[in-house]
Design a protein around this ligand. Structure first.
Ligand code: HEM
Length: 384
């Protein structure tokens, strides 16, 4: 098998990890002129980029993708903490993190288990796993946000359409559908906030936490509530899928499940992560990770390679659910670090447990599946 030609191809390559190990050892930070990107792959380089004040989450001249400007999808995008730095990020990030931290783990675990069992009944043992893996995070996060049970299916469909329109490879029809779906999500969450402002749901709790940091802008609160759905959607589906791939490769691990399943999921997140890279853009000339970079240049931050840096994780190629002091870059680092890691792991664990309980035999799945085309997420396709 030929190794990937670059870190974008690596995302969906059957086995990119030897290639990543070579990048870490030989070129932990370098310029790829063909891609027109800086590549940060070593743990130190990745940490340095994600900690740099000069590096922004969006190109400073294009805060919102051109195709979305002026649409409901653009309005959501423009307000997300994920897509802002400086005043648009903090202090609202504190509200986002506090709202997610306030979720009762038993409630989240209960909802995840309940919807996993419900959706697993619809998925045949080796059938439509993709539908299951994508629907589950949307149902659980939707339910936690306060969406009524009978509207969760719609919310999952709208989330899928919204996420699709954010891709740089989306077609005109996908962009149009995404804008429509974004409008529906905004309407639903606006009315839910208006009718139950003091409730216990995650959206109401986000509004309360927003108030504590001095924000009462409904547009910002609603956008970041929808942001939870969007952030959870593909990445958690990938975590479910990559855990199934691990169990297909190493079926003996199933002996430890379900008790040890959460430890397996946490190590899958490091070892074969659903989010393989993220990007940063230079706001001004600066020396970052030891390299002189110029305003406007972009950096591909290869989180999946940093996970395999022996300086961060000794014997990084070894799959060890009980690894001491695991350093995982999968959920980011620094000011934009993911506040949804615990919830994501909980949903993925409940999802895999429900499939196993329903009789799914991981051995029957492809240990080397194809992956959905993507420049950053690694999500296996088990069946069409
Ligand atoms: C396996 C699942 C997930 C993975 C791998 C993941 C990964 C990430 C990564 C890498 C970032 C930082 C991006 C960057 O710095 O460029 C991020 C940010 C974020 N994630 Fe997650 N995430 C997952 C699930 C979730 C869930 C379930 C939620 C909430 C329900 C969530 C909410 C967020 C938010 C709000 C941010 C933006 C934080 C900020 O910009 O300050 N994520 N996530």
């Amino acid at each position: 098998m030929n190794p990937p030609l670059n870190p974008i191809q690596a995302v969906t390559h059957p086995d990119p990890y030897g290639y990543y190990a070579r990048l870490v050892a030989e070129r932990p930070v370098h310029r790829d002129e063909t891609l027109g990107l800086w590549i940060a792959a070593g743990a130190e380089a990745v940490a340095s980029v994600l900690g740099s004040e000069a590096c922004r989450v969006r190109p400073p001249r294009e805060p919102v993708p051109k195709a979305l400007v002026g649409s409901p999808a653009g309005e959501i995008f423009r307000h997300l903490v994920r897509m802002n730095d400086g005043a648009g990020h903090c202090p609202f990030k504190r509200a986002v993190a506090a709202a997610l931290a306030s979720i009762d783990p038993r409630n989240a675990g209960g909802e995840a288990a309940c919807w996993a069992v419900h959706l697993a009944k619809e998925a045949q043992p080796s059938g439509d796993l993709a539908h299951f893996a994508f629907a589950l995070p949307a149902y659980v996060v939707g339910k936690l946000l306060g969406v009524a049970d009978d509207r969760l299916g719609e919310v999952a469909v709208w989330t899928a359409a919204f996420v699709r329109c954010l891709s740089s490879a989306s077609s005109a029809a996908e962009i149009a559908a995404g804008k429509l779906a974004a409008g529906r999500l905004i309407d639903l969450f606006r009315s839910s906030l208006a009718t139950a402002p003091a409730g216990h749901a995650l959206l109401a709790s986000l509004a309360r936490e927003a108030g504590r940091v001095g924000c009462d802008d409904t547009d910002v609160i609603v956008a970041n509530g929808i942001g939870f759905l969007f952030q959870a959607y593909e990445a958690t589906a990938g975590l479910i899928g990559n855990t199934l791939v691990l169990l297909a490769k190493q079926p003996e691990r199933r002996a430890g499940a379900p008790d040890g399943l959460d430890a397996i999921v946490a190590e899958v997140a490091r070892w074969d992560p659903p989010v393989q890279n993220t990007r940063r853009f230079l706001a001004h000339d600066a020396v970052v990770a030891g390299q002189a970079m110029k305003e406007g240049e972009a950096i591909l931050v290869v989180l999946a390679a940093a996970n395999r840096d022996p300086a961060a994780n000794p014997a990084p190629e070894r799959f060890d659910p009980y690894r001491a002091e695991r350093r995982s870059f999968t959920f980011g680092l620094g000011v934009h670090a993911c506040p949804g890691e615990k919830l994501a792991n909980r949903i993925a664990t409940a999802g895999v447990a429900a499939l196993l309980a329903r009789g799914l035999a991981p051995r029957s799945l492809a240990a080397a599946p194809r992956y959905r085309p993507s420049p950053n997420t690694r999500i296996p396709v088990f069946a069409e």
